[in-house]
Design a protein around this ligand. Structure first.
Ligand SMILES: *Cc1c(COP(=O)(O)O)cnc(C)c1O
Length: 361
């Protein structure tokens, strides 16, 4: 079967080039006589893979030297707990609630710290990014948590619109838009992201953390949940998800080869524009979020009829345009157009939407 255009929100599409290289190296990695899956994580072969993955990521994200890059497990979900457990000091944290993931992060944090909700867009089903100013932030918070891209409803926060306090570390869940647009790492205390949207296969979570935030914490906290454990051991305290990290490394090199995050951002904006322009001029399809806040990774739209939505999803799949169904609690359609989705995929989708509109309205 030919490869399809996979609009899945996660795990998402990977660059074909990367999959081909992985396939070519599957049985014998560079003359080692074994697969990366079979290697000791203490071998020099593997150490080289992980080191290279880290240095390429540092390069493409321009990560300053006073930041650690950690390869952890447990998904973005485990970071919802690790953040408060490790950054807790005064026992207070600020959360901006821009989607269901932001809400889940906040709910988990409530187990460990007092939470101040800076602003929320839940009143309108997270269809916009709420405005807030410094007066809603706590100067004595241990950190301020945001989610840069709302994967489910399709909004995002641009770097220039982030309001934060200099003395309170900014923590960002970037799971669904890391490497898709430029963010200045030096403005953040912690950035975390599950790999499976824009970096690689599920199983590894990247944490980029400013060194001064890696500290001794309550000894009751499980060893595996302390950033210090992983930072002190180069993310090799225990067996890391070696194969996932290897694929992430290949994806980072692919990003670099394609001009880095700066160049991908331009392509991503172009891809999103194509889709939103069509939606805005369509008589059948409608966007579901505020224009300014629209995500360039997850594009949500509806026909207004559940029946037509269903028909659209079914007929799209017959054309090799798959996984375009909206989130289970949202309905409608969601096209996730991560870095690896080529512009041809977006064009094919728009073409199909045009045809569908002609036939059904
Ligand atoms: C997918 C996603 C998560 C959940 O990630 P897991 O790795 O499955 O825990 C959290 N936050 C955001 C923004 C996401 O897109």
């Amino acid at each position: 079967m030919a490869r399809v255009y996979n609009f899945s929100a996660g795990p998402g599409m990977l660059p074909e080039e990367v999959l081909k290289q992985a396939a070519a190296e599957l049985l014998d990695y560079k003359g080692s006589g074994m697969s990366v899956m079979e290697m000791s994580h203490r071998s020099s072969w593997y150490e080289e893979i992980q080191k290279k993955a880290e240095s390429t990521l540092r390069d493409i994200m321009h990560i300053p030297d006073n930041y650690k890059v950690l390869f952890l497990q447990g998904g973005a979900h485990l970071q919802f707990s690790m953040i408060p457990l490790n950054l807790k000091n005064n026992g207070k944290a600020d959360y901006l609630i821009t989607g269901n993931w932001a809400k889940k992060a906040c709910q988990e944090a409530k187990k460990y710290v007092d939470v101040n909700i800076v602003a929320s867009s839940e009143d309108k089903t997270f269809s916009y990014v709420p405005k807030y100013d410094e007066s809603s932030l706590s100067s004595d918070a241990d950190y301020f948590h945001i989610t840069t891209n709302n994967t489910v409803y399709g909004t995002r926060i641009r770097q220039k619109d982030i309001v934060c306090l200099d003395n309170v570390p900014l923590v960002a869940d970037m799971s669904s838009n890391i490497l898709s647009e430029v963010y200045d790492v030096s403005k953040f205390g912690v950035i975390y992201a599950g790999a499976q949207k824009n970096m690689g296969p599920a199983g590894v979570t990247i944490v980029i953390i400013r060194e001064d935030l890696v500290k001794e914490v309550d000894p009751q906290i499980p060893t595996m949940l302390k950033y210090k454990t992983h930072a002190d051991n180069g993310s090799l305290y225990n067996t890391p998800p070696c194969y996932s990290i290897y694929i992430c490394g290949l994806v980072f090199e692919w990003v670099k080869k394609n001009g880095g995050v700066e160049a991908l951002q331009k392509i991503n904006e172009e891809k999103a524009q194509l889709l939103y322009d069509f939606i805005d001029n369509s008589k059948l399809f409608k966007g579901t979020v505020e224009r300014y806040d629209r995500s360039i990774m997850n594009v949500n739209f509806v026909t207004g009829s559940e029946e037509l939505d269903k028909k659209f999803i079914k007929e799209a799949a017959e054309r090799g345009i798959v996984n375009i169904k909206g989130y289970r609690t949202v309905g409608g359609m969601r096209a996730s157009i991560y870095n690896a989705m080529p512009i041809e995929g977006v064009k094919a989708l728009v073409e199909f939407m045009k045809e569908f509109e002609l036939k059904n309205s």
